[in-house]
Design a protein around this ligand. Structure first.
Ligand SMILES: NC(=O)c1ccc[n+]([C@@H]2O[C@H](COP(=O)([O-])OP(=O)(O)OC[C@H]3O[C@@H](n4cnc5c(N)ncnc54)[C@H](O)[C@@H]3O)[C@@H](O)[C@H]2O)c1
Length: 254
């Protein structure tokens, strides 16, 4: 069967996280070369790089802090030198600070916005600027959250960063539509991994509460998120842009 992304390259930030790793493997399974970036040291990337190589996927890793625009540009240059022009980007890196409006420090607030919002901007802008220069069509997926949809008093910095991301995605979609670059957001609910796991480690009873609160009564797996991210990058998609794929099992309907 023909693969969706033969001879194409995707760049994924936060690639060593649970959703990032699942996305890397899902793109590789569809024939893509994979440029991975994360703030973690290269040694942490070795198992994933080995797994990607074992399925024949061209891959490259760079340790990068997405909140540093210059570092993001260097990452893109290195990725392009190793794998060729990038035509798909998944802005996925994020952190979460569990602290209410009167507990969160000014530094924590700014840091969360610098990583989750500015970081996504630096990554998506760097890649798409290069795509425009080279007249290449392709896709951007921002990994947002249902937290952009519903107020959360224990994670206000995170929620604000994801609400900002939503408008960034729409502005970029409008700007890039005439150039054949589709820009969309995926907004998962409770994923049984990654950032939610951090929250649940501190309050384990919250995990079952989250499952029961979700109308479909199921948590999401990183692989399920990755499958939808891949779908949003289907090269045949020429119309779905500026959209939010709410993947929250009905949480935001409550
Ligand atoms: N887990 C959930 O329940 C859930 C729900 C909705 C949305 N999301 C979103 O999914 C995305 C991935 O999260 P995850 O759950 O896989 O968490 P995760 O912690 O497993 O992955 C996040 C990755 O981002 C990296 N990172 C953090 N700061 C960075 C920086 N400054 N520069 C580069 N990399 C950095 C981390 O090292 C980590 O590998 C995030 O955007 C998150 O907001 C997660």
């Amino acid at each position: 069967m023909e693969k969706l992304f033969e001879k194409k390259t995707v760049l994924i930030s936060g690639a060593l996280g649970d959703i990032g790793r699942a996305a890397a493997l899902a793109f590789a399974a569809q024939g893509a070369g994979v440029a991975l970036g994360d703030i973690q040291p290269e040694a942490e990337a070795r198992p994933l790089l080995e797994e990607l190589k074992s399925i024949g996927a061209p891959c490259h890793y760079a340790q990068v802090d997405v909140s540093d625009a210059a570092a993001v540009n260097h990452w893109l240059q290195a990725a392009e030198a190793a794998l060729g022009l990038v035509s798909m980007v998944v802005a996925n890196a994020a952190t979460v600070t569990i602290a209410g409006l009167y507990q969160v420090t000014a530094e924590q607030w700014s840091q969360e916005l610098r990583v989750n919002l500015d970081g996504a901007f630096h990554v998506a802008r760097a890649v798409t600027a290069r795509m425009l220069e080279q007249r290449v069509t392709g896709s951007v997926v921002f990994v947002g959250s249902w937290a952009a949809e519903v107020a959360h008093s224990h994670i206000p910095a995170y929620s604000v960063s994801k609400a900002g991301l939503r408008m960034l995605s729409k502005c970029m979609a409008l700007e890039l539509a005439p150039h054949g670059i589709m820009v969309n957001e995926i907004a998962p609910g409770y994923v049984d991994a990654g950032l939610s796991r951090v929250v649940w480690q501190q309050a384990p009873e919250q995990k079952e509460h989250a499952r029961l609160k979700t109308p479909v009564r199921q948590l999401i797996t990183p692989q399920q998120v990755a499958r939808e991210v891949v779908r949003l990058c289907d090269p045949e998609n020429r119309h779905i842009t500026g959209s939010v794929l709410l993947m929250d099992g009905g949480l935001s309907l409550l």
